[in-house]
Design a protein. Sequence first.
Length: 426
Amino acid sequence: MSKPKIFVSHSAHAEVSRRTLREIYLWLTVNGFDVLLDTARLDEDVGRPWRASLNTWMELCQGAIVLIDERARDQSLWVPHEIAILSWRRNCDPRFTLVPVLIPPVTPPSLGTSRLEPSALDKLQCLVASDPPAEPELETIVQRAAAGEAPPGYIAAVLARLPSSAEDRSRPQSIENIERLISECLNSVSDNGILAAGQMLGGDLGRWSPNLDRRYALARLLMQADLTRVLDVLRTLMLPKERRRHIVELLSTCWIDFRAADAVRSARDAPAPDRLLAINACEIQVSRMYLCRACGTPSDGCWPTIPLQIGLREDLVEDFIEQIDRQFSEGVPPEERGRYLSWLRMPDPELEPVFVLFPPPEPQKQILDRLRRVYPRLTFLVLTEDRVPMEERMPVSGARFIRPEVDPAQARQVLAWRIGADFYYR
């Protein structure tokens, strides 16, 4: 049974913090955990684009350790952001383990009076790190563990609080599906090819992922990489065209915040009144990316989608009904069409979800209400261009707005990259 993935949040610049961070990493590694630790975080101030990597790791993990020294508490830009997301994970899933480890002189009361106070970390059972040895090495820790030596007291307490198995999760996250599917696309690549691709992306797969299959490790690197570097890496792997296409599709969804993906995933199982969502985008392709991100698959494995066009007929509802029926029954033999359309109108939420995509402009609530009476099991996704409401719902359509909102510049960059990738691999 596999060990869970553990994310380590830190801003370890001081020497004692670096040593503590390495000690935590080594003891977790020796105990078989898949440790999501950004060793390059020591260069936090140089302005590298961390957001995609952080989102990927914080969705992948089944537990997290927050290492808090004075810099993390008072200065770091990233640690408060990470704590907010990890606390959200813990609030959504009581099984998610969040362990604060404090480096003196930081104390639990000082967290409650710092900028970290909203996260309420001081209310959790905080552990205090002991002074670690100078630069512990993996081989040394392995030998100590093999000889039956117990880890330092606070490390033992960390290990006791972490989940014992990755199988505790009732349903894998979509990012885990993406990681698995990309790694499967890499099965035909030799070990040397995998290691060379990792080096092109700046990763030492053997050194920093000892408990992780190298194809999974490369998949994870690809999911975090700058997309402009990915095409050259995929070209060196000499993959079949269909596998390249799948990897490109999967990677083009990783920029979407996993909290937004979770909102889409939750809506598909929600009661009919809550299956009406909105995102601030103009292109239908962006809404498709959101669905693939939530589903964790390329488009050919994603939930069925029905993109609509704004027609010229006076009765817009009848126009939309005609479009939905025509697209859903396309290619169906005439004698089967009635059964398909009857299935589409069934209210049973246990059936496979189907998403209807509305381009701008945002439709009126009365139109959507009529459509939802005809199709009680469909989920409607409305594109609002650049409009971001202050309230939870859009004022015109009544759709629940998905947050965090789309970054329009990032969406345009990814769409341009997809077009370039399609041309590159044609």
